[in-house]
Design a binder for this molecule. Structure first.
Ligand SMILES: [Mn+2]
Length: 345
């Protein structure tokens, strides 16, 4: 490997550095900046927020985390005395901020109950994100790159570009972001840079076994019982590589699990040999069904999800449909079969 290739692993591209400098030029010491991410924040959203809050503090900027849904308990370990987490206050927590930075999302509608307040904000709004922009993109300034493996990669590049110190707490938050968004370095977004950053973050003090224990070895008995029931619903169409599972609307109460514990269930049908598209149907119980879509290989589930007003990434998307679980499943499976056979646009 040449030195130039190795350098590329550890430094941001010129274009990304320029975007970061332009983004940072709009911020000033003494400002209070709200950080927000999508409903049901994941490891990338939470890790990117916790890391960015600590990085900007090094430049005298105070960050206040204001998410549309409560900070997930499993990521409490990323918080600390130095992190101002005010999601519980709702939109009121946005009233007196000097700027808003939206992370890991580029569609106002994914800000849930904060969306209307954000549309009405007069302070600068910027975005740090690695998704394809949605129908209602946020803000005027962006550090956005769909080639980034995680929003955490862009936050890491902010630290590099601005010469900020990656403390052990920042390293842990960034590692959580990259670890979770790459599916533990298994998904197609596991770039050379994902591993390059992981190496740097381990050198900065991250303990990988501790991170595995805190993020993955946390499964409740109820979650495992729910998985047993979900797997009992497994359907598969090996001819075209379609696999799917479903859960009823009362599973969260029956198994005493939270919504975030349902994350990752779709990976089970996805892992079946030959699967090109995996679907997870979750009946929300009020005439709405949430569908999580995953793909392997060249199938673009983002394009498919857009049929239903959903979106995300080519290999991981979601959509919300109206109807009973049976109705939605019948419709989406029929469409998915046609899509996989190349009969839909
Ligand atoms: Mn992400």
């Amino acid at each position: 490997m040449t030195g130039a290739v190795a350098d590329g692993l550890l430094t941001a591209s010129e274009a990304r550095q320029a975007a970061i400098r332009e983004w940072f030029a709009a911020l000033r010491p003494g400002m209070t900046v709200a950080l927000s991410t999508h409903i049901n924040a994941d490891g990338d959203g939470c890790g990117s927020e916790a890391a960015l809050a600590r990085l900007l503090a090094q430049r005298g900027i105070h960050c206040r985390i204001v998410n549309p849904t409560p900070w997930p308990g499993m990521f409490d370990f990323l918080l600390g005395e130095d992190i101002d987490e005010q999601s519980a206050r709702g939109a009121a927590a946005l009233d007196d901020v000097d700027a808003l930075v939206v992370l890991d999302i580029n569609d106002v509608r994914r800000l849930g109950h904060l969306a209307d307040r954000v549309r009405a904000l007069t302070v600068p709004i910027s975005v740090i994100d690695h998704h394809v922009a949605g129908d209602e993109p946020v803000g005027s300034l962006a550090v956005a790159d769909t080639r980034a493996c995680a929003t955490g990669e862009l936050v890491y590049d902010i630290a590099l570009t601005l010469g900020l110190d990656i403390t052990p707490a920042i390293a842990q938050a960034l590692y959580a972001a990259i670890l979770t968004d790459t599916g533990s370095f298994r998904f197609s977004n596991t770039s050379p840079r994902a591993h390059g950053m992981a190496a740097m973050l381990l050198a900065a003090g991250v303990n990988p076994e501790e991170m595995y224990r805190r993020i993955y070895a946390q499964v409740s008995v109820g979650r495992m019982q729910l998985l047993r029931e979900a797997l009992a619903s497994l359907g598969s169409d090996p001819e075209i590589g379609l696999s799917h599972i479903s859960v009823a609307s009362d599973v969260m109460e029956r198994f005493d699990v939270t919504g975030e514990e349902l994350d990752g269930i779709v990976e089970h049908p996805r892992s079946i040999v030959g699967t090109r598209m995996a679907l997870f149907f979750r009946d929300l119980g009020h005439g709405k069904v949430k569908v999580s879509l995953r793909s392997t290989g060249d199938v673009d589930v983002q394009q498919f999800a857009r049929r239903y007003g959903g979106g995300g990434h080519a290999k991981a998307s979601g959509a919300m449909l109206s109807g009973s679980l049976e109705e939605v499943r019948e419709q989406v499976l029929a469409d998915a079969r046609a899509y996989l056979r190349g009969e839909l646009g």
